[in-house]
Design a protein around this ligand. Structure first.
Ligand SMILES: [Zn+2]
Length: 465
């Protein structure tokens, strides 16, 4: 591999040309003018530098790769670019318990052992020596790595800032690829997720928006978000995911529809291995079109977990980046305030390509399929520097029969029929805060966000060896 010692992006906002080694600017001439919607892009500086551990499938540097490709394509020229501040403990406690947040802020790899006694005391008195801790931190899925809490504050801060931007109407679309950690619960970490930035962002949107629609296309069920709003009729959650055979997290059956006021406001689309582009796109459109017509959301949050792509290390669907992006494009077409978040995704080069492609869709910019050159060329060489490499395989069987999918659609339609008759929140009513933070005007808080050019949003660059 070649040796690179490039300048930081702040030093020189140019990109290496892999053909000649010289510096050049993004080729704007190949791009079509964007569509006029205001798009705000949030990237916490250095968020890609955290390390879950060598054998852990979650690699934060996928965020670095994504950001480099986004900047390399010159997409920052079509968006507001923000390096948001970190979320405070108080902000995180709007959803999570203070006990959990306090623990999360203190735990380190070396303190884990010393905290065992504390952990056991929190576990309702259990003294089971095999039990790690009540908050589920320190096991294989959710390790206590260096800088853990700061990482959580960064991605949660970005989602909160993005939600505020939408709430005050200063952007039509807001993106935070470092967010979308949908498994985290009120008092515990789960499935590589520690702080549920999605719930925090939806709570922020609910301060202004009567109804928020949450859509989840990660291969795993969006259980943390569903659970948080399971009794609410102001948030309708829809999750498309693999279900069955003990696949994590084990929830997400069609029959999970909500409770009390929230009855029928949770929708689940359980799928099997190998679902292909045509089946997925058709199902996604057939479900989402009537959901949006029926629920009439005033804002949408879309979690774009990329582990639903073909060839993912943990996933087993057979979707292309184009099909994943088609879902984003379809939701964008409803022209509602839209918060787009990341999520899972364990083949780093696919994730970064997918989220870059989706950034271009949201920014309304057509980009060439040849990837721009970045200091991370070595990662992309294998797939020929294409933005949209062939990931899917016709040899992978689609275990979802037409009959299965039709049965799911029938159930969803029946749920929507009942939902149509459910009392709904009046659109013109500005709801009281759910969070007890009415004193805080989102517009004032948004002003506090650090708005910067792409130079400061650039990552610290690694040296490729
Ligand atoms: Zn996932």
């Amino acid at each position: 591999m070649r040796q690179l010692s490039p300048p930081t992006f702040a030093d020189a906002p140019f990109f290496y040309d892999r053909r000649s080694g010289r510096l050049h600017e993004p080729e704007d001439g190949r791009q079509i003018e964007h569509n006029g919607r205001t798009v705000a892009y949030f990237h916490p500086k250095d968020v890609g530098l955290y390390h879950f551990g060598s054998y852990h499938p979650m690699k934060a540097y996928r965020l670095t790769l994504t950001n480099e490709l986004v900047l390399g394509y010159g997409l920052h020229n079509y968006m507001q670019v923000h390096a948001p501040r970190k979320a405070t403990e108080e902000e995180i406690e709007r959803f999570h318990s203070s006990d959990y947040v306090d623990y999360l802020s203190r735990v380190t790899p070396s303190s884990l052992g010393a905290d065992m006694a504390h952990n056991r005391s929190l576990n309702l008195g259990t003294d089971d020596p095999t039990y790690i801790n009540t908050h589920r931190i320190g096991d294989d899925d959710c390790p206590a790595f260096t800088g853990l809490f700061q990482f959580c504050q960064q991605y949660a801060g970005a989602s909160l800032a993005a939600a505020r931007k939408l709430a005050i109407g200063s952007a039509d679309i807001a993106l935070n690829w470092s967010g979308g950690l949908h498994h985290a619960k009120k008092t515990e970490a789960s499935g590589f997720c520690y702080v549920n930035d999605i719930v925090l962002a939806i709570l922020e949107l609910l301060r202004v928006h009567p109804r928020v629609l949450y859509i989840d296309i990660d291969i795993h069920h969006g259980d943390g978000v569903q659970e948080a709003f399971y009794r609410s009729n102001r948030v309708l959650t829809v999750s498309f995911h693999k279900y069955g055979n003990s696949f994590f997290p084990g929830t997400g059956a069609v029959v999970e529809t909500g409770l009390n006021e929230g009855k029928y406001f949770s929708l689940n689309v359980p799928l099997q291995d190998g679902i292909d582009d045509d089946s997925y796109i058709r199902l996604f459109r057939d479900v989402m079109d009537p959901v949006i017509t029926c629920f009439r959301p005033s804002a949408i949050v879309l979690q774009c977990g990329a582990d639903s792509l073909a060839r993912d290390r943990l996933g087993s669907f057979n979707l292309s980046i184009e099909a994943h992006g088609e879902c984003v494009s379809f939701i964008k077409s409803f022209n509602l305030p839209l918060l787009v978040l990341g999520g899972g995704g364990y083949r780093q080069t696919s994730v970064s390509r997918c989220w870059t492609y989706e950034t271009s869709i949201l920014a309304g910019v057509e980009v060439p399929t040849q990837l721009p050159s970045t200091p991370y060329d070595a990662y992309f060489e294998k797939d020929g520097f294409s933005l949209l490499p062939q990931l899917t395989s016709p040899g992978i069987p689609n275990m979802n029969t037409r009959k299965d999918l039709e049965a799911i659609m029938r159930q969803i339609k029946e749920q929507l029929r009942v939902l149509n008759g459910a009392p709904s929140v009046q659109m013109q009513v500005i709801p009281p805060s759910l969070t007890g933070t009415d004193d805080d005007d989102p517009a004032d808080e948004e002003k506090e966000e650090q708005e910067v050019g792409p130079g400061q949003a650039g990552e610290v660059r690694f040296e490729i060896k």
